[in-house]
Design a binder for this molecule. Sequence first.
Ligand code: FAD
Length: 409
Amino acid sequence: MELIVGGGVVGLSIAWRLSRAGRPVTVVDPAPASGASHAAAGMLAPVSEVSYTEEPLLRLGVASLRRWPSFAAELAADAGLPPGVLSPSNGGSGGPSNGGTGAPSNGGSGAPSYGLDFRADGTLDVAFGADDLAALDELAAFMTKLGLPVERLTGRECRRLEPMLAPSVRGGLLAPGDAWVDPRRVTSALLAALERRGVPVVRARVSRLLRASQGPQEGAVVGVELDEAAGGGAVPAELRADGVVLAAGVWSAELAGVPVRPVKGQIMRLRSAEPLLSRCVRGMVHGTPVYLVPRGDGELVVGATQEEMGFDTRVTAGGVYELLRDARELVPGVTELEVAEVVAGLRPGTPDNLPLIGPSGTPGLTLATGHHRGGVLLAPLTAALLQGEEPELAALCSPARHRPDPASA
Ligand code: FAD
């Protein structure tokens, strides 16, 4: 049996895909889906999020985005979600199908169901000043060189797509292939799919990794010790396994000393009766990136701060102020919306912003952590890499890159 430590979007996705492949798995997490995955906006936007120094990350993101439609459709089916319909914004007129995961469908039974709220209607990056426009032009040239589909738009064209945009928007860049999903619906669906497949999810905290103390396996990870206090006696003291996959997000560092650090993100959920936007909108305001992600049910997610504050998850007045101030510059109408929630999550950042996926260097222990800003996007690819697919991309994520070179010792 393989043991997955951590039930965020990454750990749950791995467990689900391994189980589908016929492998016996168990997940252990004191509070599944409560970490960064609970805070995440769910943008699947490798193209509009690309930065000049992060080409390897772009390759990973593009490869994972390609997997999302079938991942979502299979997940929706395995979780027993009602059959979906086409996304409302493509109006059923030949646009990309949601593959059974879109919004909304009432399945003939009352309240609408939005499935996973997976939508592939693109991301619009907008610019205000001449400097911003010049930066967009440069970005467009870079993306075109990489063969990524983008469309440069005038301010008027941007507002035609999104009428609620500020009149001061002077231009934009549309990445038509980018998508988004509701991460909370994804983790709920993953938990439902695991339950339907009979995969145990042990609600307990791992206090340490168990290592073989003798024999040919000496030093190898052979299971985990559980925090008994948390389980109140209802959980075993330890779980033995053929292999352990460490997918505990930013908490992976505590258990195996991997180079992952918390990058705090405060994020806000607003609510309106009708969706204010039909696609993700991003922009730079006062030198800070801000994005707005619409959900089919009228929720509008405004994100996110990026703060190096250790394990602090307090929501601050400054964070809320900056999010609203910047969002209002992009879409003035946001101030009319109801504030539904503000939370802070901890992105698991690595020194080079690439995830750590693959053998840890200690027999019996595999890593699947360090997904930083892109764990929702990268979840399908992560699960595939751990099953031996796409070795070239797996090499980019190999944890070996952070191990000291024995030759230099
Ligand atoms: P987590 O979701 O943090 O899950 C880790 C799990 O491990 C938790 O459930 C926790 O309970 C468990 N755990 C911890 N310690 C232990 C232990 N000792 N024993 C057992 N279990 C343990 N990504 C995108 O792709 N698109 C976005 O738009 C996006 N927006 C974001 C916005 C914000 C504000 C933030 C904070 C993040 C965002 N991200 C986004 C990043 C994304 O959320 C993360 O990369 C992703 O959630 C990481 O998933 P994970 O499963 O590795 O970690």
